[in-house]
Design a protein around this ligand. Structure first.
Ligand SMILES: Cc1cc2nc3c(=O)[nH]c(=O)nc-3n(C[C@H](O)[C@H](O)[C@H](O)COP(=O)(O)OP(=O)(O)OC[C@H]3O[C@@H](n4cnc5c(N)ncnc54)[C@H](O)[C@@H]3O)c2cc1C
Length: 333
């Protein structure tokens, strides 16, 4: 549509740095911008973010747009929606990318409603149609059993959220420079219809699940919270993180943050060990990017074996103590 140009990536920051999802937005954004022969722009919203703005260039952005206001120091859905929508109206990108993380999934539908445009959530692939120059937006549907490709023909910007870990992170080029443009948006505290009372930071012991090179995940077959002691022990020996299928999270055996799959986290470790997990598609979509998948299940017909590189038909209560001892032996020798 006339007037709309370039790719805009919404960039989140944490402790003064661009987050890994931010780098993923810039990674895919660069590919799309190059395919269009247009610019890749980054949008940063917050307070005192000029320093981070400069860092964004090293991840490939051509221009950085800043909306800086003390009211935006912490995420607030109403204020961020106004800031992002107004910035979008001024920048007029052809494509606008947000991550499907806590902030992205909260704000994207609000921005879509404000701008009266469509939204494709949780995209796993994005490409430019060479004939129409429109964005091909691929997402999983029917519980992961099929994929659909959406195209937004008449509403701009083409707004999508991107599944974390589905795209490669931007390469770093510390020499890259660009233009920082400050966008002014009228905000006042009365625009916030809700009040943030408290922020509770989740305590993560050990390695973050999304960053772990080894993930040991337990399912309903573990039978209860006590069984997860063995899962934790194996993860510790291997220097990995603990994950789970939905069942143990729903049962309250482990925190929801452990959940891997369609409605949980996507992990891509070197080694993924699935224990007492049947292999429902909604679970395996979160781990299929792993380099090596090992499954331990007492049912030789379990579906998980169909996607595993190594299979062990055993009761986990017999298998895990033996494996833990063996690994300890190997590591200490
Ligand atoms: C819309 C939607 C979204 C969903 N999102 C997710 C998601 O994000 N993540 C997710 O995980 N699920 C998700 N689910 C649920 C999913 O469909 C499955 O129900 C769930 O993954 C099953 O968990 P499980 O494999 O642990 O349990 P089960 O299917 O009950 O499997 C337990 C396995 O443990 C084995 N077992 C039992 N005892 C032992 C033992 N002693 N030793 C070894 N093995 C043993 C059994 O043989 C069995 O294979 C979703 C479902 C829907 C409808």
């Amino acid at each position: 549509m006339a007037g709309y140009r370039g790719v805009l990536a919404f960039i989140e920051t944490a402790e003064g740095k661009v987050t890994s999802t931010g780098r993923e937005m810039l990674g895919v954004g660069r590919l799309l911008a190059d395919a269009l022969g247009e610019t890749l722009d980054a949008l940063l919203v917050g307070s005192d973010i000029e320093g981070v703005g400069r860092d964004v260039f090293s991840f490939g952005a051509d221009r950085v747009f800043l909306v800086s206001d003390s009211l935006l120091a912490k995420y607030h859905p109403d204020l961020y929606t106004i800031a992002v929508s107004d910035a979008c109206k001024q920048i007029l990108p052809s494509i606008f990318l947000l991550p499907q993380d806590d902030v992205g999934r909260d704000i994207a539908p609000r921005v879509a409603a404000k701008l009266e445009i469509g939204l494709a959530t949780d995209c796993i692939d994005l490409a430019i149609d060479p004939d129409t120059r429109l964005l091909l937006q691929t997402r999983r549907v029917y519980g992961g059993n099929a994929t659909e490709v959406l195209v937004s023909r008449n509403a701009f910007p083409q707004l999508v959220t991107v599944k974390p870990r589905a795209m490669a992170q931007a390469k770093t080029d510390s020499n890259k420079q660009g233009e920082i443009i400050t966008i002014s948006v009228k905000l006042d505290a009365s625009m916030a219809r809700s009040k943030l009372l408290e922020t509770v930071k989740e305590e993560i012991k050990g390695i973050k699940l999304e960053d772990a090179k080894v993930v040991v995940a337990g399912g309903r077959g573990i039978g209860g919270p006590e069984g997860f002691t063995l899962i934790h022990e194996l993860a510790e020996v291997l220097g990995g993180a603990v994950g789970a299928s939905r069942a143990p999270c729903d049962e309250g055996w482990v925190p929801t943050s452990y959940k891997i799959g369609q409605t949980g986290k996507v992990v891509t470790p070197d080694l993924y060990i699935a224990i007492g997990i049947s292999g429902a598609l909604q679970h395996t979509v979160g781990s299929l990017g792993s380099r090596c998948i090992v499954a331990i299940n007492n049912d030789p017909e379990a579906k998980i074996f169909g996607v595993s590189d190594f299979k062990l038909v055993a009761d986990y209560r017999d298998a895990l103590p033996a494996l833990i001892n063996k690994y300890k032996e190997i590591i200490s020798s």
